[in-house]
Write a protein that binds this ligand. Structure first.
Ligand code: 5SP
Length: 227
């Protein structure tokens, strides 16, 4: 079952509760936390996540594009996140951090920038609930999807199958009606979409449209049949 996670980076930050309501029916709400150090952009932090988790019953999928996630990620669980993603490029001790996130009661997820390969992290995969493959350079919404990430998505799906893991494979960046099927065919099952959802006239309908495209593309994919 394909999951669609609208990214509030493309929403109106002054109306976050209403923007969450506008995508009712979504699996998760994707919350991009940027610190202007790990990425050249600054968004929001723990107080906003706390308020948003009280304002919506859609679970929060927090993507931390920050330095020192070892220090901050557990605090996002306490703030109400149901899933916390840290970048492996920024984490000092990714296994310890994933275990801490899980011990606090959230799903643990690790992200890879476009230039970071999956292969060195094969042995870490059982420690995770989700792996995020960035399909743009992190930092901004509205960028063009990087087709060259498709082989990495496929190789990651092969590793998940090889180890028989219940690991979600998320893609983020440039996901839209014209790119989501390629991601699903390659092996992604969780799709973050910012501008394709909040730029649409009816965001909830955009979520439903993306989900239906992803589900039909993955229905006959090699990895779905093999699972
Ligand atoms: O993490 C990021 C950007 O760094 C994303 O979550 C963007 O918010 C996705 O936006 P679109 O590419 O879908 O417009």
């Amino acid at each position: 079952m394909a999951q669609i996670n609208p990214s509030i980076l493309s929403a109106d930050f002054a109306r976050l509760a209403q923007e969450a309501e506008a995508v009712r029916g979504s699996d998760w709400l994707h919350v991009d936390v940027m610190d202007n150090h790990f990425v050249p952009n600054l968004t929001l932090g723990i107080p906003v996540v706390e308020s948003l988790s009280r304002a919506t019953d859609i679970p929060l999928d927090c993507h931390l594009m920050i330095e020192d996630p070892d220090r901050w990620a557990p605090q996002y669980v306490e703030a109400g996140a149901g899933s916390v993603t840290f970048h492996v490029e920024a984490a000092a001790a990714p296994v310890r951090l994933a275990r801490e996130i899980r011990a606090k009661g959230a799903r643990a997820s690790m992200a890879l920038k476009p230039g970071t390969p999956i292969e060195p992290y094969e042995d870490l995969l059982p420690e995770l609930d989700m792996l995020l493959i960035m399909t743009v350079e992190p930092g901004f919404g509205g960028q063009a999807f990087l087709d060259i990430m498709l082989p990495k998505i496929r190789r990651t799906r092969e590793l998940i199958a090889k180890h028989d893991l219940e690991l979600w494979l998320q893609v983020d960046g440039g996901v839209s009606a014209s790119t989501i099927e390629r991601c699903a065919e390659a092996g992604a099952d969780v799709f973050v979409a910012g501008s394709a959802v909040y730029g649409a006239e009816d965001p909830a309908q955009a979520v439903a449209g993306l989900r239906s495209l992803a589900e039909s593309a993955s229905a006959d994919a090699w990895w779905a049949c093999a699972h």
